[in-house]
Design a protein around this ligand. Structure first.
Ligand code: UDP
Ligand code: GLC
Ligand code: MN
Length: 322
């Protein structure tokens, strides 16, 4: 239906990769809904071009920031203030109903049936199940709700510093009022559940419809060897959701990377696939040539097991000195 859409958000090129995989996963599973990506002004041209190929609509929005460091630090995620930007989704009033999905989610089956649900439907948060997780939710765009939400933010702030805190305070009867607004957990399955309730994960994990790579380490934070189909990075964390992570990387390396490569042309581009390693050693490009990797290093997220391993750095230095 033309007036129903899946909506996601990416304020930078890293989350844009997630949005690309999410969009491809929705297309692979033959959604009949429109796909909309909200992006921040910092998303660069090549990423925008690829998003435009996958999504029906790519809309630039102002980045809203809660600036609420105290709460965010409590949650150990000082980067999540910008998730307030998510609230712009209520302004998409040319659609009558939408499903918001975080850029770190991926569908593993068709989920168009979510549009049978009403605002605000969402799955329980694995950390505090009386709150809903705001990584996947059904909503109705409305200028009235949008303005009320912004006013609510300004007056009350967010107890977690991000959108999930505000949304749970705003839709405060979610936990008790109407069970049809509780989406089954398989619509927002996060790997947290694997640690907290392994037998249930073994029993029901196969029914997953939406996987959510919730937490600090995102799929694009690893590197991948497409030939051997192997993930590199923090092996322990990766092993928490091995097959889902592999599925994410399969879509990314086979469908998204070729499109990105085409857009980048001669410009250097680090896809995170292993080929890049030989490219950069052979060409002895200086360390930190990519803005994105530089950012990661600055955030203390160097990929020590993969592309930033000591061996690789040594190899590059050697090649550079030669
Ligand atoms: N997001 C973004 N840029 C950021 C951080 C977050 O665009 O710098 C968006 C993105 O859609 C992301 C969502 O906000 O999926 C929520 O953040 P995240 O998924 O990192 O939170 P988590 O689910 O891990 O708590
Ligand atoms: C959560 C949700 C995410 C949200 C963040 C900030 O952990 O998974 O979607 O943006 O909290 O509130
Ligand atoms: Mn998320």
């Amino acid at each position: 239906m033309a007036d129903q859409a899946f909506v996601t958000l990416a304020t930078n090129d890293s989350y844009a990769k997630g949005a690309m995989v999410l969009g491809e996963s929705l297309r692979n599973h033959k959604t009949t809904k429109k796909l909309v990506a909200l992006i921040g002004p910092h998303v660069t041209e090549p990423s925008r071009a690829v998003l435009n190929k996958i999504y029906d609509e790519v809309r630039v929005v102002d980045v809203l920031d809660s600036g609420d460091t105290a709460h965010l630090v409590m949650m150990k995620r000082p980067d999540l203030g910008v998730t307030f930007t998510k609230l712009h989704c209520w302004a998409l009033t040319q659609y009558s109903k939408c499903v918001f999905m975080d850029a770190d989610t991926m569908v593993v089956s068709n989920v168009d049936e979510l549009f049978d649900r009403e605002e605000l439907s969402a799955a329980p948060d694995p950390g505090w199940p009386d709150c809903f997780n705001s990584g996947v939710f059904v909503f109705r765009p409305s200028d009235e709700t949008y303005n009320k939400l912004l006013r609510f933010c300004a007056e009350h702030g967010s107890f977690d510093g991000g959108d999930q805190g505000v949304l749970n305070s705003f839709f405060s009867d979610w936990a008790t009022a109407d069970i049809t607004k509780h989406l089954p957990f398989i619509y927002n399955l996060s790997s947290v559940a694997i640690y907290t309730y392994t037998p249930a994960f073994k029993q029901y994990g196969g029914n997953a419809k939406v996987v959510h790579f919730l937490g600090k380490t995102k799929p694009w934070g690893y590197t991948f060897d497409p030939k051997q189909r192997r993930i590199r990075g923090d092996v322990q964390e990766a092993s928490a959701h091995p097959s889902f992570l592999l599925e994410w990387w399969t879509i990314y390396s086979s469908l998204v990377v070729p499109m990105l490569q085409q857009e980048y042309g001669d410009q250097p581009f680090l896809s995170g696939c292993e080929e890049d390693l030989s490219y950069s050693t052979q060409n002895a490009s200086p360390l930190l040539s990519s803005q994105e990797r530089k950012q990661k290093w600055e955030q203390g997220q160097a990929d020590y097991m993969g592309i930033d391993s000591f061996d690789n750095i040594q190899k590059r230095l050697d090649a550079f000195l030669k």
